[in-house]
Design a protein. Structure first.
Length: 121
């Protein structure tokens, strides 16, 4: 499916997963019933992603600049994408900023997993 927007921009809407559409940022979050345990464990198995989850475990919303990890912005973005696709984090865009938090439903889907993984270090 394609759309012509303002006679200048040809936009294919069949493969839009995430990004910016009409100046509004949008992120797809998976239905947690479809997230496999293996995907969640894989996402939590990386030390950088584990540090991100540890920061988010206070229950609040955080911006990327608050993450205490020594990686580039593009690498950090990749880690957040992995966590989002695994159902661990929720990303809420607000203007030009994005707020990140743990998804409360993740605990319902995998009871005790985050507490256990965070307690291993």
């Amino acid at each position: 499916m394609s759309k012509i927007i303002d006679n200048r921009l040809h936009l294919s809407t069949s493969n839009i997963d995430e990004g910016t559409l009409f100046g509004v940022r949008h992120f797809d979050h998976p239905d947690l019933d479809e997230v496999a345990l293996a995907r969640a464990l894989s996402a939590l198995g990386d030390p950088v992603r584990l540090a991100i989850v540890r920061t988010l475990s206070d229950g609040g919303e955080h911006q990327v600049s608050e993450m205490q990890v020594e990686v580039s912005q593009s690498t950090l973005s990749h880690h957040f994408t992995t966590l989002r696709k695994a159902g661990v984090v929720f990303i809420r865009p607000e203007g030009t900023r994005c707020w990140h938090s743990l998804r409360p439903e993740f605990e319902q889907r995998f009871p005790g997993l985050l507490v256990t993984v965070l307690g291993l270090e």
